[in-house]
Design a protein around this ligand. Sequence first.
Ligand SMILES: [Zn+2]
Length: 107
Amino acid sequence: MSMKCEYCWLGVYGDLIRETENWKIYLAPNQMYLGTCVVVLKRSSRNLMDLKRGEWFDFVEIVKKLEFGLKRAFNPTLFNWSCFKNAAYRNNPPNPEIHWHFIRATK
Ligand SMILES: [Zn+2]
């Protein structure tokens, strides 16, 4: 089990709950904030600038669905989307996997 990033609890993404053409959506193991998800690009890519248009379009639809769903369920104040790659670059050669952490927050 390799450490994907310091925000991936126990180094795993969690349980796969949905899949689109370009992304996999996991329910994160850490559910301190219910609904926390990890959205992982299916293909290997080092940087966000390398994402293709179709992958961004696909991602936007995921953002809409997840935010809408959690807004209905929990009515949070805001949503955080973060993309970290530090841990992947501690390996040589670095092997980052582009993935987003989606966490709702309430004031
Ligand atoms: Zn992570």
